[in-house]
Design a protein around this ligand. Structure first.
Ligand SMILES: NC(=O)c1ccc[n+]([C@@H]2O[C@H](COP(=O)([O-])OP(=O)(O)OC[C@H]3O[C@@H](n4cnc5c(N)ncnc54)[C@H](OP(=O)(O)O)[C@@H]3O)[C@@H](O)[C@H]2O)c1
Length: 302
């Protein structure tokens, strides 16, 4: 199979799309023929040498933590999945390839009408947003400030906030304000004067803040939200320690992913794929994500 491999740490030019042996599903696993796999900022960090918790691999290895495709081979005891099932799922590394083996418990059935590109880019940013709003206890009556609202994580976070009965205020540059309004959020420009602009946009006050942007978002949040326990980040962990706010982490699960799929099926979750590129153009995908200004997601297709 072909796969996006990192052979040495460095810029996008170190990525290699090469033939590697087809993986075989072990006990409790299935093999999925991948049609689409999302690219995340963490893929770029791993390419540059960062190793998140749970990643012990040293080059060469295959990038990618989320995918959608069709079950094409079953390992022993792989549960209820059947060859031909359309699925989406998650696995730490190994996903940006024509084939991925994965624990059967890390898959969810793909709705027939969900486009492959959207399905392949839902798990990582969707589950990150779900974890964050769950840990912050977002619910009816809240006004939630989402920093980085037009990115992959923020796009899902503002819609989850609305689905859970809250009002969402989202930060983005002006060019994404119409997009945020379409999602149902009140848009606010980031940068100097952010705190005053949020106060004007949400005179009722902000009750929780989720940082999916870094770059000073936490400092602004502590001026706006009284309860430090209701401020959290998935980006700026040193800032969280310094300011006494929360580092938002929790395991990815199929149950979480299934809840997001149900929200999509009900019409409550729009997934934005701004670029879908063939696997061979992985380096270009990394350059795009590396701009820090992607709306929604960048996806590789096979
Ligand atoms: N810890 C975890 O488990 C975890 C998991 C997934 C993601 N993350 C992190 O979460 C962050 C968000 O990821 P992502 O996938 O959504 O993609 P991303 O590429 O970080 O987000 C792109 C978006 O950020 C916006 N943006 C850029 N500068 C901003 C600023 N100063 N303030 C507010 N928004 C700004 C851009 O909007 P404009 O184009 O309008 O500027 C763009 O739409 C990343 O740092 C990622 O590493 C963490």
């Amino acid at each position: 199979m072909k796969a996006v491999t990192v052979t040495e740490s460095g810029g996008p030019e170190v990525l290699r799309v090469v033939e590697v042996p087809d993986p075989e599903p072990g006990p409790g696993q299935v093999r999925v023929r991948v049609y689409a796999a999302g690219v995340q900022p963490v893929d770029l960090a791993i390419r540059e040498g960062f190793r998140p918790p749970g990643v012990t691999a040293e080059p060469p290895f295959v990038l990618g933590n989320e995918f959608a495709g069709v079950v094409e081979r079953l390992g022993p005891d792989s549960g209820h999945w059947a060859v031909g099932d359309e699925v989406l799922g998650f696995r730490l590394l190994h996903s940006q390839a024509e084939l991925v083996t994965v624990d059967a418990a890390q898959l969810v059935a793909k709705p027939a009408g969900m486009p492959w590109e959207q399905a392949g880019s839902l798990s990582a940013s969707g589950q990150t947003a779900h974890v964050a709003l769950t840990l912050l206890g977002v619910g009816p009556g809240d006004t939630v400030l989402v920093h980085g609202a037009s990115g992959g994580v923020g796009t899902v976070a503002v819609q989850l906030a609305l689905a859970w009965g809250a009002t969402a205020v989202g930060t983005a540059s002006e060019r994404n304000h119409a997009y945020l309004r379409e999602l149902g959020a009140v848009p606010v420009a980031y940068g100097e004067g952010l705190v005053e602009r949020v106060r004007a946009a949400a005179p009722q006050g902000v009750t929780a803040a989720f940082d999916a942007a870094g770059r000073g978002a936490l400092e602004a949040s502590v001026e706006l939200v009284a309860d430090l326990n209701r401020i959290g980040t998935v980006v700026d962990y040193p800032g969280a320690r310094r300011l006494g706010v929360r580092q938002l982490r929790a395991p990815r699960t199929a149950e979480r992913l299934a809840e997001l799929v149900r929200l999509w099926e009900s019409g409550g979750l729009r997934l934005e794929v701004s670029e879908a590129l063939p696997l061979e153009r992985a380096a270009e995908a990394h350059r795009l994500v590396g701009t820090g200004h992607v709306r929604g997601k960048v996806v590789l297709t096979m």
